[in-house]
Each structure stands twice: as C-alpha cells, then as structure tokens.
Design a protein around this ligand. Structure first.
Ligand SMILES: [Zn+2]
Length: 107
C-alpha cells in the first residue's frame, strides 16, 4: 500500500519549496517520486517554432517537477497537520491509512 496517493494533500519538508502544500497529481512509484500541483515549478524555455504554418513565439512554460517521496509528508484531512501515516484494518477488512497524530482514517 502506498504511503502517498494521488489526491492527497502533502507538505514539502525539504528543499526550496519547504513548507509548501499542494495536491498530489501523480505518484511515480518506480522512481519514488511524486508530482505535486503548484509545487517545485520549473521554467522551461521554449524556442520560437513553426507549427502548421504558424509561428509560435518563444515562451516560458512552467511545469511541475517531481519531488522525492521522502521530501513530502501527508497532510491529514482531519487535523490538517502534516503527519506520519500508519495503517489499520477496518472491521470490513479494508486496509486504511491512519493519521499518527489524531488517529483519523485517511482514505
Ligand atoms: Zn490527523
């Protein structure tokens, strides 16, 4: 079971965006990385180019760059604190993540 899932709110705990929060857009499990919306933006300089007979001017595109999974922590939706994640098995056999701070389930 993944510690961080798509749709989670996470807080960055290291690097230049430390303290920033955002929603997980994508988890890259093989690379141990996550893409978080609006965090770790990198600027890509696009040269002017031709496309379909039109000239597209040079522009700067901002893109979300992946973050190391170890550099983010899940923000608990119940207590809104960044927290370590535990696990428990509910009565129906479904395994859920649990906030270590307030013991709320994190779906
Ligand atoms: Zn909590």
């Amino acid at each position: 079971m993944q510690r961080v899932k798509k749709g989670d709110t996470v807080e960055v705990i290291a690097g230049k965006d430390r303290g920033e929060r955002g929603e997980v857009i994508k988890v890259l499990p093989k690379e141990n990385r996550v893409i978080v919306g609006g965090v770790n933006m990198v600027k890509r300089h696009m040269k002017a180019r031709q496309q379909g007979g039109q000239t597209i001017p040079a522009q700067i595109v901002e893109k979300d760059a992946p973050l190391q999974l170890s550099n983010v922590m899940v923000v608990c939706p119940a207590c809104e604190e960044r927290t370590r994640v535990g696990y428990r098995v509910r009565d129906d056999g479904h395994k859920v993540r649990v906030c270590k701070k307030c013991n709320a389930d994190i779906e």
